[in-house]
Design a protein around this ligand. Structure first.
Ligand code: NAP
Length: 234
């Protein structure tokens, strides 16, 4: 079973299905369900529920390829795999780091991220739907929000919303930055394609980066190839 919700989960499922393995992909519900293998959707009701499913489906390996900011599912998945007596392996993309010349501020959460943005800035918010409130409360900021679904703007009519799903090409990011002239980018440290960071660097913009949640299981692999190698399928 693959715990999904990321591009890596989809790619891992495709490779395992192509190699002839029966794969169940588990999604929380919000992500698109066009995955290879058998897809199941919805929470398990905690670690006990997941352990029961692992036993009932006679799962031999629990592969956790959830997003680095999905903080609740992974610790429970470790416990569930132990209860079911099967291996748990986590695929987690490496975090982004500042390069020479970058103007990075690392913060713990959205509140701290908002506090790190200077007065009157034009801000590109790529936090998804959560964590917008501290920014929406600041009337001095010009905000552009990029998210897959429509966010709750808490009554702010002056906020620009860009509905889009990544990954984003560098040429498109450059065009967006040329259009909006952002002073600051606010992002979670998701890792993966770094086109928006390149655009921020080229524009000399401040990058406010929300650090990954603490208490997550360590990564066993950082790429699909590494995970397949760990499974002996590389
Ligand atoms: P979360 O806080 O870790 O999970 C909340 C609850 O949703 C979990 O306790 C679990 O319910 C259920 N759940 C989460 N992932 C699941 C999965 N793959 N299969 C079945 N149930 C799952 O996660 P989240 O931040 O809400 O994210 C939900 C999903 O979206 C994740 O699978 C993640 O990979 C994907 N995603 C998240 C982000 C992000 O920034 N958070 C970004 C991109 C994609 P029970 O306790 O009832 O089992």
């Amino acid at each position: 079973m693959i715990l999904g919700g990321t591009e890596e989960a989809k790619a891992l499922a495709a490779r395992l299905v192509a190699a002839g393995h029966p794969v169940i992909v588990s999604l929380a519900g919000r992500a698109a369900a066009d995955y290879p293998g058998t897809v199941r959707i919805g929470g398990f009701g905690g670690a006990d529920g997941l352990a029961a499913v692992l036993r009932a489906e006679r799962i031999t390996h629990l592969l956790d390829a959830t997003h680095p900011f999905a903080a609740a599912i992974s610790p429970g998945a470790v416990r569930a795999a132990a209860m079911a007596g099967i291996p748990y392996l986590r695929l987690e993309r490496p975090p982004w780091g500042a390069e020479p010349g970058d103007d990075f501020v690392m913060v713990k959460d959205a509140e701290a991220a908002s506090a790190a943005v200077p007065e009157g800035a034009r801000v590109f918010l790529t936090l998804g739907l959560r964590g917008l409130s501290p920014f929406l409360a600041r009337r001095d900021l010009e905000l552009v929000v990029r998210a897959i679904a429509a966010p709750d703007l808490e009554g702010r009519a002056d906020v620009t919303v860009l509905r889009a799903r990544g990954p984003f090409a560098l040429a498109d990011e450059r065009a967006l930055w040329a259009e909006h002239g952002f002073d600051a980018l606010v992002t979670k440290n998701s890792g993966g394609s770094d086109a928006k960071l390149v655009a921020a660097r080229e524009n000399g913009a401040l990058v406010v980066m929300i650090e990954r949640p603490a208490g997550q299981p360590p990564a066993d692999a950082t790429t699909v190839d590494e995970m397949l190698a760990r499974l002996g399928k590389g």
